[in-house]
Structure formats: C-alpha cells, structure tokens
Design a protein around this ligand. Structure first.
Ligand code: GLC
Length: 476
C-alpha cells in the first residue's frame, strides 16, 4: 500500500511538472482588427509569422519570431522583418482563448518592449492587437450596418460627373508649408486651358480660415468670396464641375495652431464657416460640390472627425438638401481608415474621398515637410512588384465601396516634378487608370508648385502626363 502511495505521488508530481511546462502554441491563424478592418496574424511552424491587413499593403509583413514563455507576460521578439525593423513585444493568451500582442518597432529600429498590457502605448511605432481564432466574429463586427437604398445611385452619378479632375492649388489656398506660402492670381485663360486639355472637374483648394474673422460669427471677407466665386463661375462656364474644399485649416488639418483662435473654439469656427459657405452657394447648380475638410489630421482622430462630419452634414443640409458632399477618411485621408469613417445613415448624397501617395518616398522625393528629404527613390518602373501594393490597396477600396454602397473619389494623388520624368508619367497613368477601372473619380495634385504638371512660367502642359491620363480623348 505504502509503495503504491509513493508511486501515486511520483506520478502526480510528474503530471504536474508536464502541465507546468506545457507550452502554449500560437501556431495557425488569428484574426483581429486594425483601423476597424480585418487583420490576420499567422504563426508558421518554422518560427516565422505573417501580419497582414486587408486594408493596407503597407502593413503586410513577415518576420522570424521567438517567444519566451517563461515570463509573464510572455515576451515576443521579431527579427528579419520584411520592413527591416526588429521589434520587441509582449504576448498573452487569455482564458477565453483570445491572444493579445503589443509590439514595439521603435524609432530607428530600436524597439522598447512594453512592460505590461495595462497601459497600451499609442505611439506610431507600437501596435496592439487583440486576436481570436474566430474569423466570423471579426467579420460580422466589421460588416456594414446599413444597406444602401436606391437613392444612393445619385451620388454614384454625381461621382461620374467629377470624372478625371485636378486640384487647383496655390490660387486661393494660402499654402502654409514653409517656403511655399503664396496665392498667385489666375487668369481666366488658364481655367479655359484646364478644361481644354480635358479635365472634367476641379477640386478648388481654399483657405477660408485665412479670410474670415477670428471672432464670432467668423464672417468670411466678402471680397474673398468674390474672388472664389469668380473661379467657380469660370469653371462652370468651361463645363467643369467644381468641388470647393476647406484647405490648410489650422489645428485639425494642418498641425499648426491659429494664434487668434483657441483650440476648442476652432471647431465652432469651422461650423460657422460652413454655415456661411452653404448659404452662399445654395443656389449654385449640382455641378458645385462641397468637400468638408482637407486631410483631417492624426490629432483629430477618427472619433472626433465622425462627430464633426455628423454636425457639418446637418448644418449644410439646412440650406442645401440636394448638394453632393465629399468626405475624407480619418487620419489624413488614408484609405486604410475607410472602415473607421462613420457617415449619417440617412444621407446618401455623399462621396467618400481618400488621398493616395504611395510609395511615399517616390511621390514626395526630396520634400522636407514630408520627411522625404533624403529619399533616393526617383524612379518607378511599373514592375509587377511595384504595381502589386497599389492594386492591393485599390481592390480593398473597391470592395469597401461596393459593400457600403458609397462612391469613392481619389481627391489627391501625384508626385513632385523632380522625379524621373518617364517614371512620373508611368506612375500617374497607372494610378489614375486603376482608379478609372474601379469607378473612382479623381483629382490630381496639382496644378501649381512642386507637384505641378504644367509649367507655371511657360504655360506648357506635360504632354506625357496628359497622355498617360488619357485626357486627349476627352479634348473638346
Ligand atoms: C496635401 C497637403 C498639401 C500637399 C499635398 C502633397 O494636400 O495639404 O499641402 O502639397 O498633400 O503633399
């Protein structure tokens, strides 16, 4: 009996030891959300992992990983990452079977492992993922909550009317980028020339905040209104549709503050500006569109932007029940935040806008304000490898548009004019062509300055680019 008891004890201890040393296995595929879109993390048997976002080609990566299970939380390290940055993180498997990861890629490749899950850092280089094995639960969480009614068709038609357009920048936008501040007069003949080469619409970039009072009711200078009206009328006269935007707005588009308007008041000011704009343009034809705010910035975030959109739509609808509105996605108009944008469920006369400048180091080559001053990337050959991420992103945007019943406008795309000439035309032609294939309207950035496609001094258009945009066919 005694011998048996000893044996039982030994067996129990052995079982306990095995249980304690039993390693959790992360192997296989996990699902979660990033920017409210599907994120997939796959741990492979050969100690590599793949992280992929359905919304962004930028987030796809591969790495080797090691997992230290002896610590609480577990430590996970990534090396040989496809983005070239090592990462350090923590991991834990919860009793409900979910997996949490918090991984820091660190500035300049020097990651700082987060200590706990208690205060998940929100820095640009730290990613937090909560993952499950249950793909369906994530998918139904993300799925559109409302179905587009038949009336949504109108916005698709109006989007077609925008067709292929261009941003009319540096005319009344009061560019705030240091070294580029300037508004130059625009002769009517130039507007005619834009229409003549075949552009169907203009995104008119306007810095209203520079020409409005800084105290309630923030009255817009009537002389400035006149100037803008003249351009709008000339565009219409030349058969082009015009979307009027709010460009270089302080605090929440540009990061710069307005010395005369405190942060909180600046929202009220935006509402009051739109109240005036809506009243002023209410009798204009449907070829005039309203574009609520250029590139709502990171500081603003998705939640606040959604709140502003809801308020602005209400304000505008009081005087413009049939006006077509353009609304950018949160966080600078990036396409991967499409699923974070919330639009009023009862308003379908809205076109959703995104901006596309990838690969950034090519499109912004040499520009210090865009942290690309050291970029060596001046060519784009149009190889399959170069095209793949763009196709990936555009396919996502198209799926989103179809699922949500909302038309899409690519409100900006372009490259600086210092990159290789043939590459530039090739790139612009490809991006534009893929947009057209998917039914997105588009506005090239831009008419003037470093992104210009027409020489400001000689007035000569870059014929190679016009050809790449297939504009000649539309010449009147
Ligand atoms: C955004 C900015 C504009 C800039 C362009 C390209 O539209 O508002 O100033 O030139 O992107 O970087």
């Amino acid at each position: 009996m005694k011998r048996f008891t000893t044996f039982a004890w030994v067996a129990a201890l052995m079982l306990l030891a095995t249980a304690c040393s039993k390693k959790v296995s992360l192997e296989g595929t996990w699902y979660g959300k990033q920017y409210n879109s599907l994120l997939t993390v796959t741990f492979n048997p050969d100690s590599t992992l793949n992280i992929q976002s359905e919304a962004s080609s930028n987030v796809s990566m591969q790495a080797r990983y090691t997992l230290n299970q002896a610590t609480t939380p577990m430590q996970i390290d990534l090396t040989r990452t496809s983005n070239g940055m090592p990462a350090a993180g923590i991991a834990r498997v919860n009793p409900d079977g979910t997996l949490e990861l918090c991984i820091d890629f660190g500035a300049m490749g020097t990651p700082k492992r987060p200590a706990t899950f208690d205060s998940v850092p929100t820095s640009m280089t730290t990613q937090y993922y909560k993952l499950t094995r249950d793909k369906q639960s994530v998918m139904s969480d993300i799925a559109p909550k409302v179905k587009a009614p038949a009336e949504a068709q109108l916005a698709f038609e109006r989007n077609k009317r925008l067709g292929t357009g261009i941003n009319l920048n540096a005319v009344v936008d009061g560019n705030l980028h240091p070294g580029y501040e300037r508004d130059a007069p625009l002769p009517d003949s130039e507007i005619k020339s834009i229409a003549d080469v075949g552009f169907q619409s203009i995104r008119l970039n306007v810095c209203w905040s520079k020409h409005a009072a800084t105290e309630k009711p923030y009255t817009i200078d009537p002389a400035f209104f006149k100037k803008v009206d003249h351009i709008v009328n000339e565009c219409l006269k030349n058969g082009m549709a015009v979307s009027i935007d709010v460009h270089y707005y302080p605090y929440i588009n540009m990061d710069e503050p307005d010395e005369n308007v405190p942060y909180e008041e600046n929202f009220e000011r935006l509402y009051c500006l739109w109240e005036q704009l809506a009243e002023h343009y209410k009798d204009y034809p449907p070829e005039v569109y309203f574009d609520l705010l250029n590139e709502p910035n990171l500081r603003l975030g998705a939640e606040k932007w959604n709140e502003i959109v809801a308020k602005l739509v209400k304000i505008i609808r009081k005087t413009n029940p049939d006006r077509t509105l353009l609304v950018l996605t949160p966080n600078l108009g990036q396409h991967w935040t499409l699923n974070q944008l919330e639009l009023p469920a009862d308003d379908w006369n809205i076109i959703v806008q995104f901006h596309y400048y990838l690969p950034h180091l090519f499109t912004h080559n040499g520009l210090a304000y865009a942290h690309a001053e050291n970029s060596q990337q001046a060519v784009w050959m149009g190889t399959d490898e170069e095209k793949a991420p763009i196709l990936y992103d555009f396919d996502f945007i198209q799926r989103w548009s179809e699922a949500h019943g909302r038309p899409v406008n690519m409100g900006e795309y372009g490259t600086v004019n210092t990159v290789n000439k043939a590459s530039r035309a090739r790139y612009l032609g490809f991006v534009h062509g893929e947009a057209v294939k998917r039914g997105f309207s588009s506005h090239l950035w831009g008419y003037r300055e470093v992104f210009q496609i027409r020489d400001e001094k000689t007035g000569a258009w870059e014929q190679e680019i016009l050809d790449a945009l297939d504009l000649n066919g539309k010449k009147k």
